[in-house]
Design a binder for this molecule. Structure first.
Ligand code: PBG
Length: 325
């Protein structure tokens, strides 16, 4: 009788049913948040060149878009606004009749069940493209917070179900929490872009939102991709300040960080599968070099395995379709 010197792992991979039975991670449409770019104006549906399949849409196209999204079973959208006018202080971000505020009112009226997440930042609304008020070439922290809080409160008033601040000023969660509470919105959660790196993977987004900084970069407020402990400090601050969700962004190059954030904090972790990650897959797929469906499902499943509970992805509509098949 010979003694077996190795384990037979292949026993549990022997058939489709066996593999399904022991599968540890499952991706579902409930996990997805679909980002949308709402542009001021009429009759606009522009495909973003570097993001095939993603459109800037005006309010009059919103109903059609959302009908599709809802019929696919997607439960949540993340809204970005593209205003007609930009200025130094990004006033259209916190204006009652701003484009995101208008979109929120329309969505809550027509699709009350859909969870609306408002991205709370100034960079799409400032003429210089930075996420706050500029003074001597840098972004002022505390002064910018006041405008960020105004933005969050005006989004909540317009019907946002979740506030998602992405500006990376210090103290934004506590400032927004206080602002929301004082305005009577103590039940609106904050989905904080807690861990947001200064990443080149945001390139296509800046085409889509027209939000590229006009000078310099975002390295004095977004994080250095080389840092891990700093991510944990950022997440810890946000939890202490009252964040309800923690976003890790980008996703693919930061799976290690996602896992650590998930292990250390008791909050839902959100992976932001950003524009550059989407664009790379699209470009390769259009060349016939990869199998788009298999690649996208593999990478989103990997994000869940790495600790993500929720995934923000431009591929949400495709994924919802594929998961139905
Ligand atoms: C706004 C914001 C950005 C993204 C989400 N919110 C751009 C940036 O920080 O430059 C990027 C999303 C993406 O690349 O998909 N601050």
């Amino acid at each position: 009788m010979s003694k077996q010197l190795y384990d037979r792992h292949r026993r549990l991979r022997s058939s489709t049913s066996m593999r399904a039975m022991v599968r540890e991670t499952k991706l579902t449409t409930d996990d997805l948040i679909y980002p949308m770019f709402i542009v001021e104006g009429e009759n606009i549906k522009n495909e973003v060149v570097s993001m095939p399949g993603v459109y800037q849409v005006s309010l009059d196209y919103l109903t059609e878009e959302l009908n599709e999204i809802v019929s696919l079973g997607i439960r949540s959208v993340l809204l970005f606004g593209i205003p007609k006018e930009k200025d130094e202080l990004g006033t259209q971000a916190y204006c009652e009749t701003g484009i995101v505020q208008e979109a929120l009112r329309k969505i809550k009226k027509e699709f009350p069940e859909l969870i609306t997440v408002a991205d709370t930042c100034l960079c799409e609304y400032t003429s210089h493209g930075h996420c706050g008020i500029i003074h001597e070439g840098d972004v002022l922290n505390d002064e910018s917070l006041e405008l960020i809080v105004q933005t969050a409160v005006s989004q909540a008033k317009a019907g946002a179900d979740i506030i998602a601040p992405s500006n990376m000023m210090d103290g934004f969660v506590s400032a927004i929490r206080r602002g929301l509470d004082e305005a009577g919105f103590e039940n609106i959660p904050i989905m904080s872009y807690a861990v947001k790196y200064a990443s080149a993977f945001y390139g296509p987004f800046r085409d889509a939102a027209g939000s590229a900084p006009q000078f310099g970069d975002r390295k004095t407020y977004q994080m250095d991709p080389a840092n891990r402990l700093e991510a944990l400090r950022e997440a810890e601050s946000d939890i202490n300040e009252g964040a309800d969700f923690l976003i890790v962004k980008p996703a693919l190059s930061y799976m290690d960080i996602m896992r650590e954030v998930k292990d250390q904090f008791n909050a839902p972790v959100v992976a932001y599968n950003v524009s550059g990650e989407y664009a790379m897959v699209k470009a390769a797929a259009q060349n016939g070099w990869i199998d788009e469906k298999q690649i996208v499902l593999e990478k989103l499943t990997s994000m869940k395995r790495a600790g993500a509970d929720i995934i923000i992805t431009y591929a949400a509509k495709d994924v919802a379709r594929w998961l139905k098949d």
